[in-house]
Design a protein around this ligand. Sequence first.
Ligand code: HAM
Length: 463
Amino acid sequence: MSPAEKPTPKQSIKAVRGTRDLLPDQTPLWNHVESTARAIFSRYGFGEIRTPIFEDTTLFSRSVGEETDIVSKEMFTWEDRARAASEKAQSLTLRPESTAGVVRAYIEHKLGETGQLQKLYYIGPQFRRERPQRGRYRQFWQIGAEVIGPQSSGAESPIRDAEVLEMLSSLLDELGIRDWRLDLNSVGNADDRARYNAALREALAPVKHLMCPDNQRRADTNPLRVLDSKDEADQEIINTLPKIADFLSPESRTHFEQVLAALDASGVNYNINPRLVRGLDYYTRTTFEFTVTTGLGTQNALLGGGRYDGLSEMLGGPKAPGIGFAIGEDRLILTLQAQAEADAAAEAGAPSSPAVSSPVRVGQAWSPKKLDAYIAPIGEAQNPAALTLARDLRRAGLTIEVGDGRFKLGKSFDTADKLARHIILLGEDEVATHTATLKTFATGEQVKANREELTDMLKGVKP
Ligand code: HAM
């Protein structure tokens, strides 16, 4: 073959910017977090809902809001190809959040007609085209929950807000997350918001020409969104703007006070933050965010949520007040890892450090476990018998890996020592006599056992 005919090496394909692979040494921690969340949600009466990963684009523009960063800049949107040229042309979007999809499903399946409060949770990927950095990805995972129902189900009651917040504090404590901070605000009902928006518009009118183009536009279209702006130069003006707290109706104020009283009673610490309006348009009354100081750098919002009493109607559904939250699972994991590392460092430096207990306990739960046994067939002829033995032991509930009779014995021992607590040697003699040689790495003990005894020995049951 001449050099010209040589095939050029193919360029390797990498995961798309802002997306990540989670490898088997990482997924045990993710599974631990998810199973802890599922267990807690079920204690509070939540059931799981799974909605599609893509939805009609209008769902998000109507609920999250046209002027939000999410809808105006960050969505992955495309025209449905087969239909693009027809009357049925439809714009589709990878979900940037799940509340809109859950409320769409609530309306579509007429869940309100049960008359019952719906307590729904979800765990799954979301997509936003943000600039990737630590704790900020284009595909990220959320663990979220929504409490929604007709007014008669009590969905509007402040006890629902307090219950959700108390559940979150219990979840973070149970996972061993330390030093979290809960910021809380009320953004009022639709009328309060309208009066506040008018006041913002008025306050912005004489100064908006000094602001960035995005804020100049928002000052007219949706002034509340000016408060989310991260533009450094505009912060001075933003700090002088009126506060929502001064525009709350007596009903909204009472609702908020009742949420605070219930939180005080259940011992959940919070800070009232009058600037917390959150970056999505559907919020009414209670809004909240949990932040942490370790592990996340500037992306320190671990989770956020709030009430959305008018969302169902915005989507063409019946009146159905609701409240919910979404935890950034990627950020939760980063925090657990950073806090466990900080504890390990503290423990190494100061053995009597008082702050080492809970994440170390979490650490044990997610460190990968060794297999019960590695089966090493000796000679290729023993491979079928090894596979059959592996099947029987796995059916008995044991965790087993099988080697290959072509491997040298030394290599099998090395691999087995890395992966498993025992090695099972299966030579010609063992296969013929229906026995196996079992070596326990921890003690160095080696015994020959018949197949019936093997399961008990591996399970640590003494004959
Ligand atoms: P959100 O504040 O947009 O609220 O997102 C919730 C959480 O998702 C954030 O606090 C953060 O931890 C995580 N998150 C957001 N964007 C990213 C990203 N690019 N990379 C990694 N993590 C991210 C919502 O999504 C609402 N649906 C929450 C809600 C539910 N409100 C009521 N019910």
